[in-house]
Design a protein around this ligand. Sequence first.
Ligand code: ADP
Length: 441
Amino acid sequence: MNERTLPPTGGMSAASTEPRPQAGAVPTLAVEQRLQWLAAFAAALAQVGPEAFVECLTAWLLPAVADMYCLALVQPDGAIETRITAHADAHLHRLLTESRAWCYHDPSGAGVVAEVIRSGRPLFFPTMDHALYLAAARDAPHAELRSALQMHAGAVVPLLVQGQAIGALSIGIMAPERRLDQSDAGFLNEIAQRIALVLDNQQLRRQAQEAGEARDASLAIMAHELRTPIAALITQLQILRRRVDEADRYDERVLVGMKMLDTQVRRLNVLVDTLLEATYFDRQPRPLAHERFDVGQIVRRVHDAFLDTLTSHTLHLDLSREALIIEGDPLRIEQALQNLLQNAVKYSPYGGNITLRLERYGLHAQITISDEGIGIPPEARTRIFERFYRAANAINQGISGVGVGLYVVQAIIALHNGTIVVAETPAAGASFVVELPLAPA
Ligand code: ADP
């Protein structure tokens, strides 16, 4: 096989009109060089995306390793199809890619590709008996193609992932003086394993993306479905409240119960809203109001709404005396703070103190929400803002959640040109610091 230690310049070799050295024209690579070649080959394949995969593969394999190659892949339904093929000779390349004769392989048939995939073992043809090769063609077009290819030696190597063949790499050599030997067998196996790894990674990434999209879609549908009954509950509660207000006499306990219902339904509403927004945030950010408002009033409102609902936590409010005016959407800031406070409660299952502090910090309003709960492991401190990420301690302790709240909170804060970080806490618990730029006077 030809010497090639430098990454190729790219481009389908067959499409190029420049003369290329034939495989076997220079001596076989030394072991050391082969290892270097393999390392560079693997690095090049790992760097390209699925779109450029074939181009990259072709540029590396042709003609350094062979004059032609084909990749047959096992399809989800078990069928075996040759999906990728290339030849160093432009004319033969066209012939190969235009012909469909070689595309399908009977998975249980006698063809070598199917046999290699079934057995997981390579087959080498150090020299090819042309008469036999042509006789084994499936049909006339297949025989015609084989005859045109003038193959002199070849190999079919399985692409193995955890012992299972996901396909096969076939290579063909045209130069009659070229022989495939035992060292080529090992080299081709190594090449095939690197290709298999990249293909497997591509497949996993595709599956993960599809799963993510399916999860997004079902979450969005669920959230949409929940919105209608929640809206109905909110309306009914408003009607009930008006009736109670108009009544001459009512039981005080009814009022307490209604207030509790009201708080919980509103909390549910925020939760569902957050869920819906997390699935669509990237694509359709909601329009933002542009108002000047005192962030202190919002902090107080969030504090007051939570105060009544807490049983095992003590909520402290530490509010700046001066008005801290920011520009943006007060409802969205309220939504973000509600989320942070809900987390503070949820992630301190044994109760404790929760502090909500607002102060001026240079040209920013700084809001700190601290609790004495389970805390956030250092390795999770930045990752918790990713969509669907949940820290291990939260999962291990069985605290339920979806992992989208902080993603939305961070997006809302960013829309206000602000930042949110997890502060280092000397004691147990978590502390989130939000900074929002003050509006110019
Ligand atoms: P959820 O609470 O639904 O899991 P979030 O996006 O609100 O989603 O939070 C992401 C993760 O951040 C949580 O799963 C948890 O691991 C961690 N987290 C958030 N707030 C706190 C907190 N106050 N204390 C400890 N961990 C927290």
